[in-house]
Design a protein around this ligand. Structure first.
Ligand SMILES: *Cc1c(COP(=O)(O)O)cnc(C)c1O
Length: 391
């Protein structure tokens, strides 16, 4: 048995074939595979528009742009997320605010967001970026109600949750990223995520104006659409209407994405089986706590969890981390709280600001969770974890 990472891509012969075919086609980039990936991804998620970009961070950046983030913007996100969820605001000059998490799930706690909103004048804040942390859907219906009260936009960071869902108050299943409640959502196709394209990202929305603006911003702010041009002297003509970027993803990668998407449901099922086995192994172990989604919202069916990560909490996290490493198990910590990063400390945040997030960080460990993890490997991980905590 070789080293076991916490997450890993799964590339099949079909994936390789799809990439090879694209390499042999007329388009390495700006070809038909991009739109095909977008269409299929939008169908998978259940939204009107999907726009593929170079990575999840670029997706966040473009969303911040179309949401109008600027020097006057004050936006709230979770301290327990990857830094990019917050950084996208800084790219546009906005100010990042954090609110503490719910300790049973690691999700941004809506009660703490409300307290923060109430602590400032009513029009102080401009938006919220909730994160479907570990693959557990944020209750966006509740966030939407709060956002409407304060006239805020909602950007869902769904990087951990393609295929995840929650059940809303009318009993309807709401897929992560379907933009039913959020204005925009984003995904990443980094190899540790559910769908791997090497680097890659996606923006999903039901808002046509946002979508059209995003199309331009992805490619320098340029349009060739005759309906949008100010004048049209000939077939060569295009206009750069906004200051955009080159955030285009090549066809080579979207071909891989399409092929990966074909297995998304099957892989999600395996992730849930792996989680069920971990749950069973650890449920009655006193010194291990497992995250408890149903404590957060009782109506959530366990089946809605997308399990990007499987996280346990233990008293001696460093001890367990080191012990597993000694045995070639490369568990990870998700996340070092964003507000404690030196960059955010320079902006005035400090250790101590969000006690629940900090405590979560001090005890959490993400165990191997990926569809090709074998039963034998998982049993080995379980045995080593139990060996350490029972020692
Ligand atoms: C991976 C990730 C990102 C960034 O995605 P990249 O594709 O690596 O740029 C943003 N937010 C969260 C929560 C992520 O897990």
């Amino acid at each position: 048995m070789g080293p076991i990472p916490y997450g890993k891509q799964n590339i099949t012969a079909e994936d390789i074939q799809a990439v090879v075919e694209t390499l042999q086609s007329d388009f390495l980039t700006q070809g038909p595979k991009v739109e095909e990936f977008e269409t299929k991804f939008a169908q998978y998620i259940g939204c009107d528009y999907a726009l593929a970009v170079t990575n999840g961070t670029a997706a966040l950046h473009l969303c911040a742009m179309v949401l109008g983030v600027n020097e006057q913007s004050n936006v709230i996100t979770s301290p327990i997320t990857f830094a990019a969820s917050a950084n996208c605001l800084r790219y546009c000059g906005g100010t990042v605010w954090f609110a503490d998490i719910d300790p049973t799930t690691g999700l941004l706690d809506i009660a703490h967001v409300r307290i923060l909103l109430e602590s400032k004048p009513k029009d102080f804040f401009t938006g919220i970026i909730p994160v479907d942390f570990a693959g557990l859907a944020v209750n966006l219906e509740a966030f939407r109600q709060l956002a409407d009260e304060y006239n805020l936009w909602l950007l869902e960071d769904a990087c951990h949750a393609p295929g995840g869902s929650f059940t809303d108050s009318s009993g309807t299943q709401q897929n992560c990223g379907n933009s039913q409640f959020a204005d925009l959502a984003i995904f990443s196709f980094h190899p540790v995520k559910h769908i791997a394209t090497g680097e890659g990202g996606m923006i999903t929305t039901n808002n046509r104006d946002f979508y059209e603006k995003l199309l331009r911003l992805r490619t320098h702010g340029i349009t060739k659409n005759p309906e949008l041009l100010q004048h049209n002297p000939g077939g060569w003509y295009y206009e750069m209407q906004d200051l955009g970027y080159n955030y285009r993803i090549p066809d080579i990668l979207t071909a891989l994405g399409i092929s990966q998407l074909n297995r998304a449901d099957a892989n999600l099922k395996i992730r849930r089986q792996i989680a069920a086995r971990y749950n069973e192994a650890f449920q009655s172990v006193k010194s291990i706590s497992i995250l408890n989604p149903t404590a957060y919202y009782p109506e959530l069916k366990e089946s809605g969890h997308a399990y990007h990560l499987y996280i346990i909490q233990v008293p001696d996290r460093k001890g367990l981390y080191d012990y597993l490493r000694q045995h070639q198990i490369f568990a990870q910590v998700h996340y070092i709280p964003v507000h404690t990063m030196p960059y955010y400390q320079q902006l005035g945040w400090k250790y101590g600001d969000f006690p629940r997030a900090e405590k979560f960080y001090e005890h959490c460990l993400s165990l191997p969770m990926f569809p090709t993890l074998t039963n034998q490997e998982q049993q080995y991980v379980i045995d080593k974890v139990l060996e350490f905590v029972n020692f």
